[in-house]
Design a protein around this ligand. Structure first.
Ligand code: TYM
Length: 324
């Protein structure tokens, strides 16, 4: 039996190069050896207000991007979270063994909720229990994600262990899988914060940005003081641009630094823009070539398989709880 991986991305904002390098790139590699499930987490996306028409379009677009980036529809199962009701049911059940303090401690909640807690929707607080349900329903071994999901994953493990201790061994305890480089790609306009889907356009390189936009954004990316092209703690901007170059080219950071010795930021940026454009062009082409009908069929098949696996776990959960 193959071990299983599961991961997901929210269909909100735009998919950016950070999502690709931090998560998708690993998914493409891992699907070769694992039983792989990739989810489009639309129920997570609605914790922030969404336009229904736009959300529907974004779900399909994200499914196309998964495939265009290299997720094989025959190798992996791609599905939409809301097509599998077991996610919300297990999410609710996990809420009942989760402390409010555990949820309030989550960095992502604190960032999103800000200071004015009175007006924050409860879904934002319970976001991590739904994520835990996504993972635990499939008896997942490995969860390939970027660094910003570390805390959510730790909570998932805590809840799984707590449930197993209280009610009996139902859940497999998942491990996180983080890339050695690229687990935290930083914003182009501020290399001290992570590249973010909900950031201003200058913050990210979207997978669907056109060539002109990419060139403009890379050219305007913030640089460090000094002129040396080197990855170092006091050079967050260079470290970020070199990391992206390294991950797109496969060339080691030391070799890239060597190649640019005596050269300026402008040259590095121009080469990086070329590289990003060349990398994204085929992805964008493939995204355009996939029809809505193909995606509909694929998502229906994906949901069918996901429901089968999820319902087995949910039945066990209901049984040990005295439900159903
Ligand atoms: P989301 O949609 O914010 O991001 C999707 C994936 O991209 C990674 N990521 C990054 N990696 C490197 N650098 C960055 N700047 C960067 N920004 C985002 C994220 O770590 C993530 O892997 N809660 C999750 C979605 C989710 C999920 C799950 C993931 C819901 N259920 C179950 C795994 C398993 C999220 O909001 O990701």
């Amino acid at each position: 039996m193959k071990q299983r991986i599961l991961s997901g991305i929210q269909p909100s904002g735009v998919l950016h190069i950070g999502n690709y390098l931090g998560a998708l790139k690993q998914w493409v590699e891992l699907q070769e050896t694992y039983d792989a499930l990739f989810c489009i987490v639309d129920l997570h996306a609605i914790t922030v207000k969404q336009d229904p028409k736009e959300l529907r379009a974004k779900i399909r677009e994200l499914a196309k991007l998964y495939i265009a980036c290299g997720i094989g529809p025959k190798k992996s199962t791609i599905f939409v979270q809301s097509h599998v009701p077991a996610h919300t049911e297990l999410g609710w059940i996990l809420n009942t063994i989760t402390k409010i303090s555990e949820l309030e401690r989550m960095t992502q909640f604190k960032d999103k909720a800000g200071k004015n807690r009175a007006h924050v929707n409860a879904g934002l607080l319970c976001y991590p229990t739904l994520m835990a349900a996504d993972i635990l329903l499939y008896q997942t071994d490995l969860v390939p994600v970027g660094e910003d999901q570390t805390q959510h994953l730790e909570l998932t493990r805590t809840l799984a262990k707590r449930f197993n201790t209280q009610f009996g061994e139902v859940f497999r305890i998942p491990e996180g899988y983080f890339p050695k480089a690229g687990a935290r790609i930083m914003a182009l306009d501020d290399p001290t914060v992570k590249m973010s889907k909900s950031g201003a356009p200058a913050n990210y390189l979207a997978l669907l940005d056109d060539e002109k936009t990419i060139r403009k954004k890379v050219a305007r990316a913030v640089t460090d003081s000094g002129s040396e092209i080197k990855a170092a703690h006091d050079k967050p901007a260079m470290t970020n641009l070199l990391t992206i170059t390294h991950l797109l080219s496969g060339e080691s950071i030391a070799d890239i630094e060597h190649r640019y010795r005596g050269k300026g930021y402008r040259e590095l940026k121009q080469d990086l823009a070329d590289r990003v454009v060349d990398f994204l062009a085929p992805i964008q082409q493939r995204t355009r070539n996939i029809s809505d009908n193909e995606i509909e069929t694929l998502l229906q098949e994906g949901a069918k398989r996901a429901r089968e696996i999820a319902s087995q776990t949910l039945t066990d959960v209901q049984r040990v709880l005295g439900l159903g």
